[in-house]
Write a protein that binds this ligand. Structure first.
Ligand SMILES: [Zn+2]
Length: 309
């Protein structure tokens, strides 16, 4: 039973953590009655609360419930002293002549705006069934009470459960939408954003290019379609340009004469160069070989000479 309950509580607490962002230390609002009952059963209430909630606990008591302890007919001074160690939750009802009932006080503390939200993520530990019933209407209020000296964490209230289910349904729907509609929209948005960014990038790049070298891009673009032709055209342009570029007529003529002569008589200069290279290679080869031979022979001779004497 204990193990089962611990498992169930762990699951419950996890759900509170996930859905309502509960975190340690859990703020537990203790009413005067549960303190009295725990004292009657000689229970270590805080220790039991920590075991029940499976985490650290910050016990709290409202000013009104503190007054209830003071007003109790058999005044339990020890219990008052113990309760004084807990954090006092200032409900600001202390100016009233009489303390509010636990129901009224805790209701105002947990959900001051009656907006059905447990904003401060209180755990309510109360022996008053009316208090717990009221709190069950507020989503996300873990409820604790003592039953026969056992600390009980109530199963999730319907409101909490519904809230949680609605949240999960919403998530699920969002997920479905995300798969069907939302994601494409997001993608579209992203795409648009990307397009925008790319456009911006292009724009920026264009700007950069335009600022940097506007001409070449336009020329490139104009050249783009004509691409293959200009490549073939370029060479004649280059051929044309070098003769055109030199402004003085004097150097142009010899240049023209030289390339033209090379082109026209191209065979003549090329062949002699090749012949010269070949001859040089041959000479080199011939030179190398005889050199090596001669070197070897000279070495041999030297060796022989050195050996002979
Ligand atoms: Zn109060």
């Amino acid at each position: 039973m204990r193990v089962k309950r611990a498992k169930a509580y762990r699951k419950l607490i996890h759900q509170y953590q996930v859905t309502f962002n509960f975190r340690e230390p859990y703020q537990v609002l203790l009413d005067s009655q549960i303190l009295q009952d725990a004292a009657r059963f000689k229970m270590d209430l805080v220790g039991l609360l920590e075991r029940t909630l499976q985490g650290k606990v910050k016990p709290m008591i409202t000013q009104c419930d503190m007054r209830h302890l003071y007003n109790a007919e058999p005044k339990d001074q020890a219990l008052i002293l113990k309760a004084k160690e807990y954090e006092r939750r200032r409900c600001n009802h202390h100016e009233l002549e009489d303390p509010l009932s636990t129901l009224e006080c805790l209701s105002s503390v947990v959900d001051p705006k009656n907006s059905l939200t447990n904003k401060n993520r209180y755990v309510v530990a109360s022996q008053d069934p009316k208090v717990r019933a009221h709190m069950r209407a507020i989503p996300g209020v873990p409820l604790i009470y003592i039953n026969k000296s056992v600390v009980i964490l109530e199963p999730m209230a319907a409101s909490t459960h519904n809230h949680r289910e609605q949240g999960e349904k919403a998530k699920f729907k969002a997920g479905l939408k995300g798969r069907r509609g939302v994601n494409p929209g997001q993608k579209r948005k992203r795409d648009e954003a990307e397009e925008d960014s790319t456009q911006e990038q292009h724009g920026s790049s264009i700007m950069e290019r335009s600022t940097g070298d506007d001409g070449p891009q336009k020329k490139k673009r104009t050249r783009g379609p004509k691409g293959p032709n200009p490549l073939s055209v370029k060479k004649p342009k280059k051929r044309v340009h070098p003769p055109v570029e030199p402004h003085s007529n004097v150097p142009v003529k010899p240049k023209k004469a030289e390339p033209e002569a090379r082109r026209q008589q191209g065979v003549e200069p090329e062949t002699p160069i090749q012949e010269g290279e070949e001859s040089a290679k041959r000479k080199r080869q011939r030179k190398h070989k005889p050199k090596s031979d001669s070197g070897a022979s000279s070495q041999m001779k030297a060796e022989v000479e050195s050996n002979t004497p």
